[in-house]
Design a protein around this ligand. Structure first.
Ligand code: AMP
Length: 642
């Protein structure tokens, strides 16, 4: 079917369209109503249906493809490869589910998973899904404070962690971070299940609390754990994401709607049929990792490659050799991943046989044209930009080569995915923007299946954060956008105080709060500065308390360490400027946009609300002088201008 017709049906006759798509998955009880919109902006898809994500991802394939590879877990860090068939996956997930039950985890209980890309992380997620426990995977690059915030909100019954991860050959112990997070947390779970690869030889165990996966696995070798059939209202998982406050939002997803969205998108967007191979380079801690390393390919009966390591180790050909070896059809990565490779010799792209590779999808941040051209030319396959958010769980704007590939327009992720009724709204008038006019990208309710159902235990935050921006009830993506006359949308960046570092979404407020925990810091403002490799990097402007005698450079170094220790290396500020004043409005609001403009050497805009005009001069002087920590040498801005 042509894209236009498919899309039209999905938004004009959503019940008929989604009723048909529902057949893509197995239901224990079929839905009796496709859509319930009686309480907007909440909506319920597939009312009355009961299903299970693990059953659809694993059990359902046993008869037809039990001996086919389901998961290939490759680590260039530990130099290991595990090839796991659907049958083996079924066995491992049953063992893991047995272990969960032995630790008193049941339906509706939360389980926090803090692990790198390893097969056991996937077993853990699927085992939770099997018994109706709600998993919440926390990205392994986040440090103790970030983990503690998520534990406090999810109140888990169990935490599952690896002993350590590895990056660039260096062991990064996870367990000390878990111990620190649990010491800080108000809701520590009674048990920590440790999956050890023997990487951290000095790992300490807390008696009575910490339990060992290998020992329990041996006890549960023959467990068969029945699937718990779940009604649509049951949450399947939580995935925390940064917003404008320091408290991350627990994005909550359902079971049936998500399963249908995965089954539809893996086929029509990612062009993966049962038995074919998908390689997503994402991490299980992110939305892409959940949807296209785990649930999407497995629900679709495909083979999923899970990769732990850098794209450049042992050499920049590592991803392409995997594509050749496993006959990968669709690859999914991020613009930053490709920019890292772009710094290497392009000849690496030509060394492997990529005859099986059809598509490279890139998401998570804007895809710049030079990168898109470089990789498209280098691989000889189209790079398909696709736009989505943790909230949506699957692409909202994309092209759909699995259905009908429309022309690629550089700079745009393309056209709306099925079920996404989109508009671009003029921020001040609240009316729809004309073609070519900048506005805020919104989705007209109901959000399609697969998108978030609410914010965990906080319906008010769901409504306020996303649906209270305009006179009509519209989901605000909090992204600026422009649509052209053909309906192609370009994304122009966030409308809120969220920045995007190498495809990772970070709240500037979280970094400000972390910096301000340093005893000498009075106040901090964080902005995202353009970076050639990572898209954006965090930059801090901070004032110090009266009477501080330490040198600004020493405090700045300590601030950088605070962020690394509390939030993780992903949030590490690239530069820190210590200043005497920060630009604020008379009502005391930080003018981050003016700071941003000064850093980018633009006009800071309307300053009529500025409380102290001297604050901007102070920032200008600091930029001339150079950062107190990080960045290039002092005076580099002045030098670059000449
Ligand atoms: P996350 O929830 O971490 O996936 O981040 C979502 C945000 O990343 C979006 O709101 C956008 O600001 C940005 N983003 C994701 N995909 C794209 C894309 N293809 N082009 C431009 N920005 C993107």
């Amino acid at each position: 079917m042509r894209y236009e017709e498919f899309y039209r049906q999905s938004v004009d006759e959503p019940e008929r369209f989604w009723g048909e798509q529902a057949r893509l998955i197995h239901w224990d009880t079929p839905p009796r109503q496709i859509l319930d919109q009686s309480n907007p902006p909440f909506r319920r898809w597939f009312v009355g249906g009961t299903t299970n994500l693990c059953y659809n991802a694993v059990d359902r394939h046993l008869a037809e493809r039990g001996e086919q590879l389901a998961l290939v877990a490759i680590s260039s860090e530990t130099d290991s490869t595990q090839e796991i068939t659907y049958r083996v996956l079924y066995r491992e997930v049953n063992r893991f589910a047995g272990i969960l039950q032995s630790l008193d985890v049941g339906q509706g209980d939360r389980v926090v998973i803090y692990m790198p890309n390893m097969a056991e992380a996937v077993y853990a997620m699927l085992a939770c899904a099997r018994i109706g426990a709600i998993h919440s995977v926390v990205f392994g690059g986040f440090a103790a404070h970030n983990l503690a915030l998520r534990i406090d909100d999810a109140e888990p019954r169990l935490l599952i962690c690896a002993d350590a991860g590895m990056r660039g050959g260096k062991v990064i112990p996870y367990k000390p971070l878990v111990d620190a997070a649990l010491a800080e947390s108000k809701a520590p779970p009674p048990h920590v299940l440790i999956v050890s690869r023997g990487l951290d030889r000095d790992m300490q165990r807390v008696g009575g609390r910490d339990v060992d996966y290998a020992r329990l696995r041996a006890e549960h070798m023959n467990d068969e754990v029945p699937v718990t059939w779940l009604e649509l209202n049951e949450p399947s998982y939580l995935l925390y994401t940064s917003g404008t406050t320091g408290k991350p939002k627990g994005i909550q997803r359902d079971v049936g709607g998500y399963a249908v969205a995965m089954a539809l998108s893996i086929r029509t967007i990612f062009d993966i049929a049962p038995g074919q191979v998908m390689f997503s380079t994402s991490d299980v801690g992110w939305a892409v990792g959940h949807s296209y390393n785990v649930y999407g390919p497995l629900i679709g009966g495909a083979t999923s490659l899970l990769y732990e390591g850098l794209p450049t180790r042992p050499d920049p050909g590592v991803w392409w050799r995997l594509c050749e070896k496993y006959r990968v059809r669709t690859m999914f990565s991020s613009p930053t991943g490709i920019r890292v490779l772009k710094k290497q010799d392009a000849a690496w792209l030509k060394k492997a046989d990529l005859s099986s590779l059809k598509w490279l999808f890139l998401a998570g941040e804007p895809l710049d044209e030079p990168t898109a051209h470089w990789i498209t030319d280098g691989l000889g396959v189209p790079a398909i930009d696709n736009y989505w958010q943790t909230e949506t769980g699957w692409p909202a704007i994309t092209l759909m080569p699995g259905l009908d590939l429309k022309p690629v327009k550089w700079g745009s992720p393309g056209l709306p995915a099925p079920g996404y009724k989109m508009k671009v709204i003029n921020e001040s008038t609240g009316d729809e923007a004309a073609a070519g006019e900048k506005g805020v990208l919104v989705f007209v309710p109901p959000l399609p299946p697969g998108c978030l159902t609410t914010v965990w235990r906080d319906d008010g935050r769901y409504v306020n954060s996303y649906f209270s921006h305009f006179k009509e009830l519209l989901y605000s993506s909090l992204d600026w956008a422009i649509r052209d006359a053909d309906g192609y949308t370009n994304i122009l960046g966030r409308t809120d105080d969220v920045i995007n570092v190498a495809g990772h979404r970070l709240g500037t407020r979280e970094i400000e709060e972390s910096v301000a925990t340093h005893a000498s810091v009075a106040e901090a403002a964080v902005i995202g500065m353009k970076d050639e490799l990572k898209g954006q990097v965090p930059v801090v402007f901070a004032t110090l308390k009266q009477g501080v005698v330490e040198l600004p450079a020493d405090v700045a170094r300590a601030m950088q360490q605070c962020v690394t220790d509390q939030l993780g290396a992903v949030a590490r500020p690239a530069r820190i400027y210590v200043v005497n004043a920060l630009p604020k409005t008379r009502s005391g609001k930080l003018l981050r946009r003016s700071l941003q403009a000064l850093v980018e050497q633009r006009d800071p805009g309307d300053l009529s609300t500025l409380d102290d005009p001297g604050a901007l001069d102070e920032v200008r002087r600091a930029l001339e002088r150079g950062p107190d920590q990080g960045g290039e040498e002092p005076g580099m801005l002045a030098a670059r201008k000449t």
